[in-house]
Design a protein around this ligand. Structure first.
Ligand SMILES: C[S@@+](CC[C@H](N)C(=O)[O-])C[C@H]1O[C@@H](n2cnc3c(N)ncnc32)[C@H](O)[C@@H]1O
Length: 148
């Protein structure tokens, strides 16, 4: 599935891994606000210049290290802004990867899930967990990737 087909897949969960539950109105607003800071009117086909230019440099650096079938980890995915631009570049080249998105911030990460949850090449992992006493800690990357 290509990134420019996002709208037709909203609500269809194909991606694997974490999904939000009990999202508050404030979380929804927060995710939407950051997404709209990256994309004019929230349209993923219209990145604002600062986002397009900064992520463009990142993608330029990463692309020579990515081949078909690569495992790519986006640590600190937020609303998916970098992932969306990376997937656009890969889709244009006809390349298919396994993309793992990782973030601790439920409000932003939920927006990423909404935007990219229709893709079968994307996997979501929340980077924090609560132990039995309710204490929150970051998960180890090795545990998150679980042998991938
Ligand atoms: C500036 S945002 C960038 C988001 C995204 N990469 C983009 O291009 O829009 C930084 C992200 O890193 C996440 N973050 C901060 N500390 C983190 C940590 N220790 N582990 C994983 N993600 C973290 C934040 O929740 C936030 O979503």
């Amino acid at each position: 599935m290509r990134i420019d087909n996002l709208s037709t897949t909203m609500g269809t969960a194909v991606a694997t891994g974490w999904e939000p539950e009990k999202l508050s109105d404030a979380d929804v607003v927060d995710g939407e606000a950051y997404h709209r800071a990256l994309y004019h009117n929230g349209n993923t086909n219209e990145p604002v210049n600062w986002h397009k230019n900064s992520v463009g440099k990142l993608i330029e650096t990463a692309m020579p290290h990515i081949v078909d079938g690569s495992l790519v980890v986006d640590y600190g995915s937020g609303t998916g802004g970098s992932a969306i631009e990376l997937l656009k570049s890969l889709d244009e080249r006809g390349m298919k990867i396994e993309l793992v998105l990782i973030d601790p911030l439920v409000s932003w990460f939920s927006k990423a899930r909404e935007l990219l949850g229709g893709r079968d090449d994307v996997h979501f992992e929340l980077s924090i967990e609560n132990d039995s006493s309710g204490r929150t800690s970051f998960r180890r990357l090795e545990d998150i990737l679980d042998g991938r």
